[in-house]
Design a protein around this ligand. Structure first.
Ligand SMILES: [Zn+2]
Ligand SMILES: [Zn+2]
Length: 466
């Protein structure tokens, strides 16, 4: 018997957690965070407590209460007896938080399958994240003590490397299949708003399952989505786990369209151009890069984006050497003071940031202030205070990200507009969604022709019937 349990993501956008079971084989498709469930009870300043391990998450419905999947250090801290591993593998469709972030809570010994790009992005998130996102690719035992050199007990931290465990990641190549117990699982790439997105085909002797992950048909990798649909149709699935984020919208847009629109705005601007975009969407970054080049300008990236581009290596759309790296003033602001030794300046920055401080293509806000017409700057809300150093005169801000979808985001958006007003910056927008339109989804379902559609990642499951 095949059973498909959608434990998260059935009537909401994201938080995908799907348990597939067949003849004793159990696999998870994604294990993401539900933004809607989280924001129902929690906010920036009211969070699930670390000290209760899983209890707050289980009580408030952020995690499903099933046995044999959660990390032993957390179970032990909660006073729950040890459990046998009860899931054979996790398959991640991509590295967005609503699909991958809660692998933090999983046992260290569960094999995790994903694309190379997904693995790189998760590593970057862990390295440059704010600390709340951790234990994605390597996990450190928590609530554990060790005996220190003085013979006293101390808390284990990441410095105690014997308590840090690499998670059991397996990189899948396009259209590679692997067997897990009674199931065979094939990875098939799709187009989405970050690199490395894929869906999965699950073959069983009682019918096949196709899982779309998040999919669109209007990005630079649209051919992959087309191929996905063709292949999905030919495997004649009994079940199609289908995303439906934009079932209620038929707006058509495209990544090329975004690139052209940004190009037009840059060409007609007489001062600095800032572009706000999702930092891990390297397709969008490519659009901005190309638009800047076409207008004879250079792209300037922040440190997090610089780190990601370097980590992507040959998989990145361009080399980090082809852009400028903007180094912000931090901590004591010593970067801007003359006659300070390099080592003292480095003390202002995290370890991972230090590598970018003194490169040939590293610049500061002073360069942007002096030569505003030379650059297009990747910038987000959290770095906007650098405007105080840049002092723009007639600048432009292009919002190249989705509209706010929570009260907190609305407030941030209003705050950003105040900053732009203060500096007399004109606001434009240019964005394309990461998801297929309603018509495209219905067309895809028609072509794949499954026996049954299981709606996922949608607030409108009923619209699949239209
Ligand atoms: Zn998603
Ligand atoms: Zn996504």
């Amino acid at each position: 018997m095949v059973s498909i349990d959608v434990m998260g993501g059935s009537t909401e956008i994201g938080g995908n957690k799907i348990l597939v079971e067949h003849n004793g084989t159990r696999i998870l498709l994604d294990f993401g965070m539900s933004f809607s469930q989280n924001s129902r009870y929690f906010s920036e300043f009211l969070n699930p407590r670390k000290c209760t391990a899983l209890i707050d998450y289980l009580e408030m419905g952020l995690l499903p209460d099933i046995k044999g999947i959660y990390r032993e250090d957390y179970l032990n801290h909660m006073g729950r007896p040890p459990e046998e591993r009860a899931v054979d593998a996790v398959f991640l469709s991509h590295a967005h938080a609503d699909h991958a972030q809660y692998i933090h809570f999983l046992r260290f010994d569960i094999p995790i399958y994903c694309t190379e790009e997904t693995h790189i992005i998760l590593q970057c998130l862990e390295e440059v994240g704010t600390g709340t996102i951790s234990d994605l690719t390597s996990a450190c035992e928590t609530f554990v003590f060790y005996e220190n050199t003085k013979g006293n007990r101390s808390r284990v931290t990441r410095r105690n490397t014997e308590y840090v465990h690499d998670r059991d990641f397996h990189i899948m190549e396009p259209e590679q299949s692997i067997r897990i117990g009674s199931l065979e699982i094939e990875m098939v790439p799709v187009d989405h708003s970050l690199p490395g997105a894929c869906g999965y085909f699950i073959y069983s002797d009682e019918g096949n399952i196709v899982y779309t992950g998040d999919i669109r048909f209007h990005g630079y990798e649209r051919d992959k989505s087309e191929r996905f649909v063709e292949k999905a149709a030919s495997c004649r699935p009994k079940w199609l786990l289908c995303e439906g984020t934009r079932l209620d919208s038929n707006d058509t847009d495209s990544e090329q369209g975004v690139r052209d629109e940004i190009g037009r705005i840059v060409a007609s601007s007489k001062d600095l151009v800032f572009v706000e975009h999702p930092v891990r969407d390297l397709y969008r970054v490519k659009s901005i890069f190309d638009a800047a080049r076409a207008a004879g300008r250079e792209l300037v990236v922040g440190l997090k984006l610089a780190y990601l581009i370097e980590a992507f290596g040959d998989l990145a759309p361009f080399s980090l050497d082809d852009v400028k790296i903007l180094v912000p003033m931090k901590s004591w602001g010593l970067l801007y003071k003359n006659g300070i030794e390099r080592m003292l300046v480095e003390g202002d920055y995290s370890k991972w940031e230090r590598d970018f401080l003194f490169r040939d293509n590293s610049i500061t806000c002073e360069e942007l202030r002096k030569y505003p017409k030379k650059y297009v700057v990747s910038m987000n809300m959290w770095e906007i205070n650098q405007l105080i150093d840049i002092k723009p005169h007639d600048a432009v801000w292009i919002k190249s990200s989705c509209e706010p979808f929570s009260d907190e985001m609305d407030i941030d958006e209003e705050r950003k507009k105040k900053w732009l007003e203060h500096f007399g910056i004109q606001l434009f927008s240019a964005h394309a969604s990461g998801h297929a339109s309603g018509d495209e989804i219905r067309d895809m379902v028609g072509r794949i022709a499954p026996e049954q559609v299981i709606p996922i990642h949608t607030e409108h499951p009923e619209m699949f019937k239209l």
